[in-house]
Design a protein around this ligand. Structure first.
Ligand code: 6CS
Length: 338
């Protein structure tokens, strides 16, 4: 999407929001997310809505991707208190909360789904340390959950870092992701989601990374030809509330929101069981010539080597506070491995 179109659609979104704000009763809570209703964040949001509405007198109005602008727009709207809830991935929260970039240290998180679910549910770093950092930005961190292993989709096959040489690779607007793809040998190009399909179509960029369900639902296979599983990351997302709004709720309502989050968390873990393979099957059906490569341990080695520099960069960027989070995260992961 061009900058002009983006500005126009952002204004249209703001106008739509004003209309809906006026139409909504005081008891309607507005919740925006970065994906469609049928995607993982949309499924989570619908489950949350269902729980809240079944257990209270509140109603939730959902705003999927595009209705209120890009990821950065919905975060601004939540901080301003126009929205009560937002799902924004740390991929876009990096400049606001630099420590949230820890999720982009490659090869830190396991790709095994059971271990991941256990980690997200019990991690001290996630559940006890991150909430304070989000609170400093006027946000109540309610939950974080995984959305599946990240794969690269490119126009040319990728077997080693040299294959990424000269490849303009779209990443979310996150400084550490830029470092990662630089370390992997590519030319990282941070862009909002809305510019990705068109950028690949017009060859301004030649690669991007995302979990399989998203590659399928957004038809990334139409504009790239090769899928590579390098095992380097898992897509993480976070759901937050505007902190003033949340602090103003009764204890009973706060508990009801937390319970609804917990139920939606369990639901979304279950929902994703087998989703990667299903998405892959759909892609193979739509485009049989799409190649799918799982890099071997040996092939992953140079990417893992490059990851060490990215971890060092993370500590350089975030100092003592980032190091504490990283150490705790590693301790939490070690517990899951046991
Ligand atoms: O890459 C992105 O920008 C998007 N990816 C996912 C899986 N969800 C939302 C986000 O905007």
């Amino acid at each position: 999407m061009s900058i002009l179109n983006r500005t126009l659609s952002a204004s249209a979104a703001a106008a739509a929001l004003l209309v809906s704000v006026n139409a909504a009763s005081a008891d309607t809570w507005r919740y925006a997310f970065e994906e469609a209703m049928t995607d993982v964040q949309g499924q989570f949001a619908q489950k949350f809505k269902q729980e809240v509405e079944a257990n209270s007198d509140h109603t939730i109005q959902l705003f999927p991707y595009g209705t209120l602008g890009e990821s950065a727009d919905i975060m601004e709207q939540t901080q301003a208190g126009i929205l009560q809830f937002v799902d924004q991935s740390p991929g876009f929260t990096g400049s606001l909360i630099p420590e949230a970039q820890v999720f982009f240290v490659p090869y830190l998180l396991p790709t095994d789904e059971e271990k991941l679910a256990e980690f997200f549910e019990n991690s001290e770093a996630i559940n006890d340390m991150f909430p304070d950092l989000y609170a400093e930005q006027g946000l109540e961190l309610l939950t974080m959950f995984p959305e599946g292993e990240v794969v690269m989709t490119t126009k040319e096959p990728v077997k080693e870092p040299a294959d990424l040489n000269e490849v303009k690779f779209r990443v979310m607007t996150n400084p550490l992701l830029v470092e990662s793809y630089q370390a992997f040998g590519a030319t990282p190009t941070p862009l909002p989601w809305g510019e990705t399909y068109g950028g690949l179509q017009t060859n301004i960029i030649q690669g991007q990374e995302n979990p399989m369900f998203w590659v399928e639902s957004t038809k990334m296979y139409e504009v790239t030809d090769h899928i590579t599983f390098a095992g380097h990351n898992v897509f993480t997302t976070a759901v937050m509330a505007n902190k003033d709004f949340y602090d103003g709720l009764s204890e009973e309502d706060q508990q009801m929101v937390q319970d609804a989050m917990d139920t939606a968390f369990d639901f979304i873990i279950e929902y994703q069981d087998g989703l990667t393979q299903e998405s892959l099957d759909k892609i193979k059906e739509a485009k049989p010539e799409m190649t799918v490569t799982h890099l071997s341990e040996e092939e992953r080695a140079p990417f893992k080597e490059a990851a060490k520099d990215v971890e060092a960069k993370f500590i350089e960027m975030t100092g003592e506070s980032g190091k504490k989070i990283l150490d705790q995260l590693k301790a939490d992961l070690a517990e899951v491995e046991e």
